[in-house]
Design a protein around this ligand. Structure first.
Ligand code: PAF
Length: 278
């Protein structure tokens, strides 16, 4: 497995593979890899001849008061996780390799990016779309893999690819959970022992919403019960709990068609997200 830092090195390697007629899968990540990321890599391994993992904590998708400086980083650990799955190439650029000092071109999406996480993280999806667009241009993958845990991000990326006629197949992969139900996330490492216990309220509320939605189609009622459960946990503070259309991310009144029950909840200072498609 090769670890490279420059765009040219990635391009040279991918060009060689493409000359040989090989299919290339990309797993974009911000590192601190866990089983959730590995499930994306495994999926990419099955469907492609070569797998590239990008590890880049993208400054552009963090707001000024967010956790960019504290975001966990450990390249050695990440290399091991990639080796375990048989990744072929890691792209680990410095911010200066991705963004020149006078960088001024962005991918800005309206609509889908305005609700849910977009409400409290107004610059987030512009940063995500811009960096993912760049990664697609650099790696030119046949397939790119994203987790359903970031359900809004997945919908946004699918829309960007459709709207801008990008020649890449976006594959969404299921949420991977700890044994007790907590969705795997690099940010789980921020949680104290007590907070880790309290964080279970997210997956419990997701489970409740999923069960209720089998018989109750009134979105408001389902969301109200989910909120009630979360509010019983003293360490939890709700950012949002919403029922939205799975494609447009617009709020829905009735749970028919493909909908997503989505939430962001602070446990102490750590903001965690979870969702379920119903
Ligand atoms: O989901 C993430 O880890 C990031 O948002 C992504 C897609 C790698 C872009 O920086």
């Amino acid at each position: 497995m090769n670890v490279v830092k420059t765009v040219d090195e990635v391009r040279n390697q991918v060009a060689q593979w493409k000359q040989q007629g090989l299919r290339v899968g990309l797993v974009p990540t911000m590192g601190y890899l866990h089983e959730g990321h590995q499930s994306l890599m495994k999926c990419a391994k099955k469907e492609n001849d070569k797998v590239v993992v990008s590890i880049f904590v993208n400054p552009m998708q963090f707001g000024p008061s967010e956790d960019l400086a504290d975001y966990p980083r450990d390249l050695e650990h990440d290399m091991e996780k990639c080796e375990e799955v048989g990744v072929d190439l890691i792209f680990h650029p410095e911010p200066s390799e991705m963004y020149e000092d006078d960088f001024c071109s962005f991918v800005d999406m309206s609509g889908l990016t305005e609700g849910l996480c977009g409400k409290t993280r107004p610059v987030h999806f512009r940063g995500v779309c811009t960096v993912v667009n760049k990664l697609f241009h650099i790696v030119t993958p046949d397939n790119a893999y994203f987790g359903q845990k970031d359900g809004q991000q997945l919908a946004v990326i699918r829309r960007m690819v459709r709207d801008l006629n990008m020649n890449v197949n976006v594959v969404g992969c299921p949420i991977i959970r700890e044994e007790d139900g907590l969705a795997k996330s690099s940010r789980n490492t921020y949680l104290s022992k007590e907070e880790r216990k309290a964080a279970l309220v997210l997956s419990k509320a997701i489970q409740l919403g999923s069960e209720l939605s089998k018989t109750e189609k009134n979105a408001k009622k389902v969301v109200a019960q989910m909120k009630e459960l979360i509010q019983k946990e003293p360490l939890a503070k709700i950012d949002y709990v919403e029922a939205v259309d799975a494609f447009s991310m617009e709020p829905v009144e009735t749970l028919d068609g493909e909908c997503m029950l989505a939430m962001a909840v602070y446990i102490g200072n750590t903001r965690l997200i979870d969702n379920v498609l119903v």
